[in-house]
Design a protein around this ligand. Structure first.
Ligand SMILES: *Cc1c(COP(=O)(O)O)cnc(C)c1O
Length: 342
């Protein structure tokens, strides 16, 4: 077992970190088991399990933070609960009971409290629930049995070199999801489908792909693992689309934008409108906001330069700082977004 004193918080990346315990539950014979605590890092499943062959896999991601006051707070776990239940329905999997999920999330943090990074470190504790279909099947059918595993570990700040904008790419020859497909569910298959496009963008010096709506390729959708928003005058704009994953960070930023007196528009955003925006950013749990300096449309050979000075915009910076301050317990939690761990 590693000692807390031995963890070098400054060198933490956003990656897997072994902790003391993870928690699990299974759905068999028509009911969920109670939560089980284990120190095993592996799971034992049948080689014909539906998660392996037919993609019955859904997951979540959320964070817990140690406050200056030593209190550990989890950010909006009820929203992750609603979303994993929605993903389960989308993939014809058994939705977990609300009480069990929230108990598991809180327990995994409590059991690994010595791995929750201190306030000053700028690090957080990332929580990863994953649910899989485990019934052996060869014919295409949903499982009748499911497993939920929730593990977590300390992760470093997303921006090692500070809060800096990066460039993103548009390619019309790839989609991450289909128009009426699984884009709005948090399932691994969407990620598998976005890896090739993302690898191509990275190889060319872009941090991510900004996917377009898969039906017409006229409107902005989202990045591989993150939503998109822009600031245009006094308005926060973010795409409305059936193939986007509803980001909890985006939802929270929209509320903060309103709190700061901005207007919020959730509507289709034509690619060309990028020429008129003042700021643009990706958003998601890992980074909160990842500002965008430039969007390069490869098919039209057109660069949309957003951050002319190469710096994050003032509104994006304000939104980012406010959300992070709420998560860390430094700014009043007026919307009831935090769950404290006792
Ligand atoms: C998880 C995820 C996001 C971000 O959602 P948050 O709840 O803000 O972390 C955005 N897009 C996709 C495709 C995702 O899987």
């Amino acid at each position: 077992m590693s000692n807390m004193e031995n963890i070098d918080w400054t060198s933490l990346s956003f990656g897997y970190f072994k902790t003391d315990y993870n928690v699990r539950a299974t759905f068999t014979d028509g009911k969920w088991s109670d939560m089980e605590i284990t120190d095993s890092e592996t799971i034992n499943i049948h080689m014909a399990a539906t998660c392996l062959h037919y993609g019955q896999e859904i997951f979540e991601g959320m964070k817990a933070f140690m406050g200056k006051d030593g209190v550990v707070r989890i950010f909006r776990p009820e929203e992750n609960l609603k979303r994993i239940q929605s993903s389960a329905n989308g993939l014809l999997m058994e939705p977990i009971s609300s009480e069990l999920f929230l108990k598991m999330v809180k327990s995994v943090v409590k059991l690994n409290k010595r791995f929750v990074p201190p306030f000053e470190s700028g690090c957080s504790f990332y929580i990863r629930p994953v649910q899989i279909g485990i019934t052996p099947r060869i014919g295409v059918q949903p499982s009748t049995d499911y497993m939920m595993v929730i593990f977590g570990g300390p992760v470093g700040p997303y921006f090692k070199t500070g809060f800096q904008p990066t460039k993103v790419a548009i390619f019309r020859e790839y989609d991450r999801a289909a128009p009426c497909g699984t884009g709005r569910f948090k399932t691994g298959g969407n990620y598998a489908g976005s890896l090739r496009a993302t690898a191509r963008a990275r190889a060319m010096g872009y941090s991510a792909v900004l996917f377009l709506d898969p039906k017409e390729k006229l409107y902005l959708d989202e990045c591989g693992p993150a939503n998109f928003f822009a600031i245009k005058g006094d308005t926060y704009i973010t795409p409305a689309s059936n193939s986007i994953l509803p980001s909890i960070t985006n939802m929270s930023l929209q509320q903060i934008a309103k709190d700061l007196g901005l207007k919020v528009e959730c509507r289709p955003i034509p690619v060309e409108e990028l020429a008129e925006v003042d700021e643009a950013s990706e958003c998601g749990t890992a980074a909160v906001c990842a500002p965008i300096s430039e969007v390069y449309d490869f098919d039209r050979d057109k660069a949309y330069i957003i951050a002319k000075d190469g710096k994050p915009g003032p509104v994006t910076t304000q939104l980012y700082q406010r959300l992070l301050a709420i998560q860390k317990g430094e700014y009043p939690d007026t919307h009831g977004w935090l769950t404290t761990i006792d």
